[in-house]
Ligand binder design. Structure first.
Ligand SMILES: [Zn+2]
Length: 130
C-alpha cells in the first residue's frame, strides 16, 4: 500500500491538485482480517493524468502467516520450524522419549532442545509431549 500512498502524497504536494482516493478492504466469508484492499485513486483537476490507478494489495507480509479468520498472525514456514527446534525439552540419559514437562521424565531428566532430542532419535512422550 505504502508506495501508492506515497505516490498520491507526492502528487498533491507537487501540484496542489486534489485526488479522489478510496480504499476498500475486502473480506472473505466471515474473516476478521481483510484478504487485501482495493485502492483506487484519480486526480481531479487533470482528469487522471497525474494519478489514475486501481490496484489490489494483498494483506501479506514475508514470513508471517495471518489467520484471516481470527486476526492472529504468526511466523510461518521455516521461521516457525526454527523457533520450535530451539524449544526446551527434557530427557533422561537412557530414555527414548522427550518430555515437555520437567517432572514427567523422572529425576534423571536433563534439559535439551527439541532439535537435539529429535536428532538423537527420541520420540515425543505420549503423556506430556503430544
Ligand atoms: Zn512426558
Amino acid at each position: 500500500m505504502l508506495p501508492f500512498e506515497n505516490m498520491i502524497d507526492d502528487y498533491i504536494e507537487q501540484t496542489g491538485n486534489q485526488v479522489m482516493y478510496r480504499v476498500t478492504p475486502l473480506f472473505k466469508d466471515n474473516n476478521l482480517v481483510a484478504d487485501g484492499v482495493l485502492m483506487e485513486a484519480y486526480s481531479v483537476e487533470d482528469k487522471g493524468e497525474g494519478i489514475s490507478f486501481c490496484v489490489y494489495c494483498y494483506n501479506v507480509q514475508p514470513n508471517i502467516t495471518i489467520d484471516y479468520l481470527t486476526g492472529y498472525s504468526s511466523l510461518s514456514g521455516e521461521e516457525q520450524i526454527k523457533e520450535n527446534n530451539n524449544e526446551t525439552v527434557y530427557r533422561t540419559p537412557t530414555g527414548k522419549k522427550y518430555h515437555f514437562d520437567t517432572s514427567c521424565g523422572g529425576k534423571n531428566s536433563f534439559e535439551t532442545t527439541l532439535e537435539k532430542a529429535v536428532s538423537d532419535g527420541l520420540t515425543p512422550c505420549s503423556k506430556c509431549a503430544k
